[in-house]
Design a protein around this ligand. Structure first.
Ligand code: ADP
Ligand code: ZN
Ligand code: ZN
Length: 752
């Protein structure tokens, strides 16, 4: 782009400098500089050299030309953003609230190009026979090094240079001599670090399938829309094993035939080796993958390959969305309901929403898939904003399991106070006898801490927000308090149930370790594996536990939600969900949705092969709609009840909710800031209708000595909330508060 001035965003995360600064382009760089490039510029009074990103090149001078400073240089090896990425960054900044530089860094996941790996090979230039003859000849002359190398080349005509100089112990001089004699050649190749599975043997298993009529309907509709230049979002609702992945692959193949590229997002935990092999089988080295196990160099290589058009498909978690494809035609988001698609740091974007915008910019189609769609997506599908497809049958066989819901109140009544209901206890014993496997799943999510009655199931709830209260211990008096995470409503802890008077009302706690110990006591011969945050800390330990269990080295696997995903175990015929209530009462408006998803998916682990499966859900609230409909695998009815609740309480997706969080090491300051911002939010609305909840101390009031205060605003229109956010950002700026101390979260997934 030609122009004499560059508008540049500087790389300092501070609200005060989060606007473009204009610079003059020196003679030597005119025509060289481009939008998206990283540059070095002098900044501030001391003209400190810092990095910035060019967001515009223009001939229009905005200040006194004589006073403008010159761009210093272009950052060597800096990744430059395409203009599409800049548009996306601007959209992210506007819709989620953050500094421009934070948004830019989000869309540029790799900050720096790393050098390619250089590989040197020694290649034999003569045929094996000649090489063998030469080896003999050298041996006779006692030229042992030369003989050794030629012999090795008889076996393998290409050798790694490092192997030759290292293990074979051959001097550079010898190599040069053989090179001169034209027996060998040293070849240098720049290679990309390969990240794909090696030595795949299981070739036949993943042959392309003849699609079923239902699968074909999906593929045909989406592709014909694409060819007719219709772009929209599609939602594929299909149980695990119903053939969604097969549909994705067919769509990708057809998109490539149209000359376009595809991004497929899979939550990291579900991105198994098997899935990778399947894609690799079908698309060879036109596919690449990004995940957190890759080194910085490996990541950088994958983005570079994408930018050069050397690959057509990128698979990976959230950040794979920012793969710099020039001809993007399709984005697929598998397991679209997963909470890992939302960023936990600023900007707190949701990959599903960013994908919609990316597809608009790139004129691409968006396909979402899930066995338990998010309430958001299903709501949109019902309103006609997405097109819904349903896949009902499992294609590789396996029936849906039989599900029992065990009422723990009855267990208490009949004197059973153990963590296992009688039915689950009996079924575990039965499986141990039959040498079949059991998974016990403890539904442990965050800092549950809700208080419920063991006798009648009554849960202590906030009268204003209809979410459960959490047990907190008062910082000063060491007294138990029940607190609402949204509005701060607080009552003293209770000692008897307000519903039935029972004294068995307490905070809910149970861990995987207690269960493991219990199993050892009750079933001393059973082999038990435990999978939770503690046992999966080490590198590769997650995979190791799974493969031990798959190899039937254990009878029972006890774990948290991380065992719910991905893997199929043929011998698992019993799944026990020990405390369904744990996720029912986390104290946020998504608790019902999360519970339904977890129960449905956990139940889906049983009976994946010819052996029929059974599932036991233990709960104090067997009548809760999330439990009832998960037991029946009935999404439709679950959705109907969930959306009615969201509608009634003005929760997303029916309305929208903005969380404003203030963080400060100074408690007084945090309080002043949150009150000022809440006051200003009220003024923004004037006479218009809105709901403000709080401000209050956040659910976790202090982390690492940083105090946390929060308020929420609910309103029907997302745009109205972004306008409020803009005004609050202005206040932060005007008062010279640190921009990092105020965070925004739209339609939050968890509470703070
Ligand atoms: P999902 O992604 O919905 O879990 P998959 O695409 O992985 O489902 O399919 C589940 C199983 O069914 C896989 O073993 C797959 O190979 C097989 N499968 C999928 N589609 C077909 C088909 N049309 N014909 C035969 N087998 C199929
Ligand atoms: Zn009670
Ligand atoms: Zn409340």
């Amino acid at each position: 782009m030609i122009g004499r001035f560059a508008n540049i965003i500087v790389d300092i995360s501070h609200e005060k400098v989060d606007r473009p600064f204009q610079y003059r382009i020196p003679e030597a760089l005119i025509g060289q500089l481009d939008v998206g490039m990283a540059v070095i510029i002098p900044f501030g009074l001391g003209n400190k050299r810092i990095k910035g990103y060019v967001i515009e090149i223009t001939d229009k001078v905005e200040y006194d030309e004589q006073k403008l400073k010159y761009v210093d240089s272009i950052v060597k090896g800096g990744i430059s953003a395409q203009s599409d990425s800049l548009r996306l960054a601007e959209w992210i900044r506007q819709n989620y609230g953050s500094t421009m530089i934070a948004a830019l860094k989000t869309v540029l996941p790799v900050k720096k190009k790393l050098k390619q790996v250089i590989r040197k090979n020694i290649v034999c230039k003569v045929d094996a026979q000649t090489a063998a003859a030469k080896a003999d000849e050298f041996a006779k002359k006692h030229q042992n090094a030369k003989a050794r190398l030629m012999q090795e080349l008889v076996l393998q005509p290409v050798l790694l240079h490092t192997l030759v100089t290292g293990k074979l112990n051959i001097a550079a001089q010898t190599i040069r001599a053989l090179e001169k004699a034209e027996l060998i050649e040293v070849q240098v190749e720049g290679t990309y670090r390969s990240v794909l599975p090696k030595n795949i043997t299981d070739l036949d298993n993943w042959k392309k399938k003849q699609l079923s009529p239902n699968q074909n309907v999906i593929v045909d509709n989406i592709i014909s829309d694409f060819k007719n230049n219709i772009r929209m979002t599609y939602l594929v609702h299909g149980v695990t094993g119903s053939g969604k992945t097969e549909v994705y692959m067919e769509l990708i193949e057809k998109m490539i035939a149209e000359g376009r590229q595809a991004i497929m997002l899979i939550p990291e935990i579900a991105l198994t080796y098997q899935t990778l092999v399947r894609f690799y089988q079908r698309f060879g080295d036109r596919v690449s993958v990004i995940n957190s196990r890759l080194s910085a160099g490996e990541r950088s290589d994958q983005y570079e390959r994408a930018a050069r058009g050397e690959i057509d498909i990128m698979i990976g978690p959230r950040s794979a969305l920012f793969t710099p494809f020039k001809r993007l035609g399709l984005v697929i988001i598998d397991e679209e309901h997963e909470s890992s698609y939302k960023s936990e740091s600023m900007p707190k974007y949701h990959a599903r929403e960013v994908a919609e915008e990316l597809c608009r910019i790139k004129n691409a189609s968006l396909v979402l898939g899930s066995a338990t769609p998010s309430v958001e997506s299903y709501y949109k599908a019902k309103k006609g904003e997405m097109r819904l497809f349903t896949l009902k049958e499992r294609l590789a066989g396996g029936q849906l399991p039989k599900v029992y819901v065990e009422d723990l109140r009855n267990e208490l009544k009949s004197g059973n106070r153990s963590i296992l209901s009688r039915r689950l206890y009996d079924l575990i014993r039965d499986r141990l006898q039959k040498k079949e496997q059991t998974i016990l799943f403890i539904n442990r999510r965050g800092y549950a801490g809700f208080v419920s009655c063991r006798a009648c199931g009554h849960v202590m709830k906030c009268p204003h927000c209809d979410v459960s209260l959490s047990e907190h211990t008062n910082r000063f008096k060491n007294k138990s308090m029940l607190v609402c995470h949204y509005c701060g409503y607080t009552i003293p802890g209770v000692t008897s149930c307000p519903q039935c008077g029972s004294k068995y009302i307490l905070g809910f706690r149970a861990g995987t370790q207690q269960i493991e110990e219990f199993l050892h006591r009750e079933f001393p011969t059973a082999r038990v594996l435990r999978m939770d945050a503690d046992t999966t800390k080490g590198k590769g330990s997650y995979e190791r536990i799974l493969s031990q269990f798959a190899n039937e080295e254990a009878d029972i696997l006890v774990g948290t939600q991380m065992i719910v995903k991905g893997h199929d175990f043929a011998k698992v015929t019993l799944v026990g969900i020990l405390a369904a209530d744990m996720s029912l009462h986390v104290g946020d408006y998504r608790a019902g949705e999360r519970t339904f998803q977890l129960l449905t998916q956990a139940a889906g682990r049983a009976g994946r092969s010819a052996l029929p499966g059974e599932v036991v859900i233990q709960t104090y609230q067997p009548e809760h709609y999330a439990v009832v409909h998960a037991a029946n695998q009935d999404y439709e009815h679950f959705f109907a009840e969930e959306i009615a609740y969201r509608d009634l309480m003005m929760y997303p997706p029916v309305a929208h909710m903005l969380a404003v969080l203030v963080l400060s090491n100074d408690e007084k300051m945090a309080e002043i800031q949150i009150n000022t911002l809440a006051e200003q939010a009220k003024q923004q609305f004037g006479n218009r209708k809105f709901v403000l909840i709080g401000p209050t101390e956040a659910c976790i009031g202090k982390i690492n000595d940083i105090y946390r205060y929060i308020f929420y605003i609910k309103h029907g229109e997302y745009q109205v909330l972004t306008a409020v956010k803009d005004a609050l950002e202005q206040t932060v700026y005007a008062r010279k508060w640190n921009a990092d101390s105020v965070q925004f979260d739209f339609d939050p997934l968890n509470n703070y």
